[in-house]
Design a protein around this ligand. Structure first.
Ligand code: NAD
Length: 349
């Protein structure tokens, strides 16, 4: 007889956008950012254990759709994410995402979740983790150039993890800057809206660029970067899409996630193939130093790597287990006899 109720084995825990927002408010956003930073750092420390591949990108005229898989041999995860800078003009977001975790032993999914919010959180947490090792000692002020969807998350992670107390904003669109200023009111950060990139970087020990444009852009030129600054370059993350003038790269010590991916997608795509980079995971596990002196210009050439999403997915799975932050999705066909998939379909008629 056909049983309309899915079995337990058919059900996959699902975190909707609504529940992700409830979860973040339940925990507190700065706590989420701090805990995610620690979770990502723990996975960077065991970097060699992971399967690693540059993400699989499908480029089109106006954007890119990417799949980002990895596994630590016990759990497998992937994220679907897009990047379409022109979307905001049409009322759509530049970046949206969802992701999945699966049990390596059986291949069965153990979590499906929204990741548009989670990507903003994990990207900010990764920035903060890098800044822990690379920002000048005692940096209290950051510049945030590009005041779109990621901006507030970036600022709050630097506050929660690195002790930043003021942020100087700039965007070519003053409405974006005003949105970010308003959203950060009451956050405890001193927020200064600026009318140029030059003004925004004044006195900033950390300069974050997070702009979206499907072309080579020059958000920062060499003369804008004084000694001792840490640059956190987020927005250049696709072939043909960069934010920094290459002269900055000549002066900076450049730290990256996964070199084979960053050489295709990061700021360093502008440089020769043997341009020296330092893998961030080696800094995190103590093999090589991060910031060595107060005059050094450091650059985190961030493009976003699958292991950061894996850490975020596991963080969410651990939090939502057994709570009403997750719903059950009838997602895996579960015939009574595993080999009688057709019979299950027939009986449902
Ligand atoms: N490295 C990562 O892990 C990672 C993760 C998420 C997003 N990103 C990238 O970060 C970028 C920003 O993402 P978002 O979701 O905030 O996009 P968004 O479209 O919401 O915001 C981008 C902002 O950049 C501004 N901008 C564009 N050109 C500028 C310029 N020349 N000077 C100053 N501001 C300028 C736009 O006006 C807009 O407000 C995108 O390129 C995205 O692909 C990277």
């Amino acid at each position: 007889m056909f049983n309309a109720e899915p079995s337990v084995k058919a059900l996959v825990p699902f975190v909707s956008v609504h529940n992700m927002m409830r979860l973040v408010h339940h925990i507190g956003i700065e706590t989420v950012l701090s805990e995610l930073t620690d979770a990502i750092e723990a996975d960077f420390r065991r970097w060699p254990m992971f399967d690693k591949t540059p993400r699989i990108a499908s480029h089109s005229r106006d954007g890119v759709i990417e799949l980002m898989p990895t596994s630590d041999g016990v759990v497998y995860g992937f994220k679907y994410v897009n990047g379409h800078p022109k979307n905001t003009a049409e009322g759509l977001q530049t970046v949206t995402a969802f992701g999945l975790l699966a049990d390596v032993a059986t291949g069965y999914p153990v979590l499906l979740t929204e990741m548009t919010l989670l990507t903003a959180l994990r990207t900010a947490a990764t920035s903060a983790m890098a800044a822990r090792y690379l920002a000048p000692a005692g940096a209290r002020c950051m510049a945030m150039i590009g005041n779109g969807a990621q901006a507030e998350f970036q600022a709050l992670a630097m506050k929660a993890v690195c002790g930043i107390d003021s942020v100087r904003l700039y965007d070519i669109d003053p409405q974006a800057t005003e949105k970010t200023r308003r959203n950060l009111e009451g956050s405890g950060l001193t927020v200064v809206a600026c009318t140029s990139g030059e003004a925004a970087i004044e006195g900033a020990g950390i300069v974050t660029t997070c702009t979206a444009d499907k072309q080579f852009a020059t958000i920062l030129t060499d003369n804008m970067i004084g000694t001792g600054v840490h640059i956190n370059a987020i927005g250049g993350d696709c072939p043909g899409k960069t934010e920094l003038h290459r002269d900055i790269l000549r002066r900076a010590d450049t730290f990256v996630e996964f070199p084979p991916q960053t050489r295709i997608e990061g700021e360093i795509q502008q440089m020769e193939a043997d341009y020296p980079v330092i893998e961030l995971w080696r800094v995190v596990n103590g093999e090589v130093p991060g910031r060595r002196d107060a005059r050094q210009v450091t650059l985190f050439d961030s493009v976003g790597f699958a292991i950061e999403d894996f850490s975020a997915l596991r963080y969410v799975r651990d939090w939502v287990a057994g709570t009403d932050f997750q719903q059950s999705l009838d997602m895996i066909a579960d015939p009574d006899d595993p080999r009688d998939l057709f019979g299950m379909l027939q009986r449902a008629h």
